[in-house]
Design a binder for this molecule. Sequence first.
Ligand code: SF4
Length: 307
Amino acid sequence: MRLNSNGVGAFVSIVRGCNNMCSFCVVPFTRGRERSRDAESILRECRDLFENGYREVTLLGQNVDSYHYTPQNGKETDTVSFANLLELVAQISPDLRVRFSTSHPKDITDDVLHTMAAYENICKCIHLPVQSGSTRILQLMNRTYTREWYLAKVDRIREIMPDCSITSDIIAGFCTETEEDHLDTLSVMDYSRYDMSYMFFYSERPGTLAQRRYEDDVPLDTKKRRLQEIIEKQNSLSLESYKKDVGNTYKVLIDGDSKRSENDWVGRNSQNKVVIFPKQNHAYEKGDYVNVKINDCTQATLFGEIV
Ligand code: SF4
């Protein structure tokens, strides 16, 4: 377990290792095969955290959707899937928020999406790393999905949870990436309307499949220019997304004092967007939920007031 220093949120590991073999990644070599943790021990840990005042748990794994636990001597029907686990954690208390990360696009199921939709306290936010928008590059990356498969997954999320935020990881300039492949990445971003992304240019990691199989042949200045275009695209998508929230009211979990002023609280809504608002002489404390009406924004922060 890892605790946030604010005493409100904690990270709970549920799967260690990874069975995927993304060609750019060292995890399969450094952390070994996937092992799902005993569901009972996860639930015990989450209950303890709640009883000790924590109000948010983030279930962690390289690929949480492949969580799969069968108790010793248990039957196949006793197996706990990730959707089952999410539900069990959500049932601990409606005042305990549940998040999870990371989802591999090939593994997130309708069961998980329906479970998220059914529980208000399961946060409406999915980190769904695309890495590239080009099917050819995705194959070289060994991501095991195509551009079309990914976009269909985005459609499915929006169909089941129209208010769900989607975030991503994107790599610019993977081996052999052409200008056309790069444009495919930009168009996937437009289609998916990411609220936020972690963006990098490709740099070879020793021991990975990509290092052994492919030449790192995209010039550094091209990688940097493509990354800059991706960042600019993300900045404008984020601003668009945050602007849409102005005028809405959100249930916000208070994380603590805002860094800028001790007269303001900072917290996050279900979509994991940061919200800053004046304390206004209300007797709230960190770890409380409060309804905040949004009246302004930047591309990374919402501003509002308690209603
Ligand atoms: S990128 Fe993620 S899913 Fe792919 S091998 Fe690495 S840890 Fe596993």
